[in-house]
Design a protein around this ligand. Structure first.
Ligand SMILES: [Zn+2]
Length: 80
């Protein structure tokens, strides 16, 4: 018999994953070479981007801060 706590964790993980995927589909954000939040252009020659070269073309935000701030602003806007 499945442990109820385990079942809850599994559901929570699935819910979170679906939320992330749905958000990506809903936003329809396509990489455009600059940040969707602060709109600064990604500097490909900057040393900090070297490690991310493989994913550079997929970048939507400078970093996690811009990403979460964008989400926050979006939520505030959608509430109006
Ligand atoms: Zn940014």
């Amino acid at each position: 018999m499945a442990d109820e706590a385990d079942l809850g964790n599994e559901q929570a993980a699935r819910f979170l994953q679906e939320a992330i995927l749905n958000r990506a589909v809903e936003d329809k954000l396509t990489p455009r070479g600059n940040c969707y939040f602060c709109e600064c252009t990604f500097d490909k020659t900057h040393p900090s981007y070297k490690a991310e070269d493989a994913t550079f073309s997929q970048k939507l935000f400078c970093d996690v801060d811009c990403s979460s701030d964008y989400e926050k602003e979006k939520r505030i806007r959608s509430r109006r």
